[in-house]
Design a protein around this ligand. Sequence first.
Ligand code: TPP
Ligand code: MG
Length: 340
Amino acid sequence: MSVPNAQRQIDMLTKMLRIREFEERVKRTFTDHPGVIRGHTHLADGAEASIVGSLSHFKKGDAALATYRCHGYPIALGTDTKAMMAEILGRVDGLCKGLGGSMHLTDVKKGFLGTSGIVGAGIPHAAGAAWAAQIRKKREVVFCFFGDGASKQGAFAETLNIASLWKLPVIFVMENNGYNVVTTSAQEDANAAAGQPLSIKAKSFAMPGVTVDGTDPLAVAAAVGKAVRRARRGDGPTLVESKVYRLSAHGNIIAPPGVPLHYPEHEAITVFGKREEYEAALRGDPVPRFRGILVQNGTLTAAAADAITQKVVAEMEAAVKFAVASPYPKLESALDHVYA
Ligand SMILES: Cc1ncc(C[n+]2csc(CCOP(=O)(O)OP(=O)(O)O)c2C)c(N)n1
Ligand SMILES: [Mg+2]
């Protein structure tokens, strides 16, 4: 395993910070300015290391697909954060002209093929994109991100089966944050996911399966790197279970009329009362932890890390300003991109 050099590690930290600060502003806009963001948003706080470590292997021509918890991936791929924020606010300068919103971010030029609110929907789409890549014979691969809950869907089993049989170049990255809204994936839970660790499901489809600490970007990069090399060689898919945290609620809550909209704390507190679990997750927060490691081992100074953070904050403040100033799309444009 080759460890990314110092500059690449700093780039990884920068991307993790960009994801965190972008989403922090989504959260604040939602809570402090009710009505400015319509519909749901789902944050990836706690999964930044998994996103950035996985996509550190992304090359031009590759593709990625994800779920509704989708702000981090395009940021890691270099999508313009102004267009992303405008999309989330439903404005005409958004990535999808304001018609998609938070759950439907798409940037085909950057290889981010799309997202969906339907749990598991991206998994077969990824196989289709990988089949196209196989036909093109350019050693391109597809990164397919989904949750632990999605692994309970039929589409997961069907896709892993065909992907293995056809040796499709897919890296299935299951981001296991332990929750499916409020249901858990722990074995002792009545609504559990059978078979632990969840990566053992790979065995029945005759592909490698590995579980990795998804809060460590270097560990994720090492595991996904191996899977990417296998896929580029033409040897087929791998299932990587990346264990992450969900540091805020499943999504925002649309409150009844008259009640302020809010982002509740983690449901583990509000629903299950597992405050200890939440506090442990906060102690393992991948963003400050990776920053701390890089400063401690001398990869960058604390002052340099602060300077990166300030630059990132300025970028994200500018993204909000841009989005707020952008107009809403015209009503007549609502059906412009509907093909059925
Ligand atoms: C097909 C389908 N079934 C149910 C839902 C309702 N739903 C939305 S998110 C979710 C939980 C998904 O959990 P997981 O796959 O672990 O993703 P996470 O939200 O934890 O990232 C469910 C059941 C849905 N959107 N689509
Ligand atoms: Mg989950």
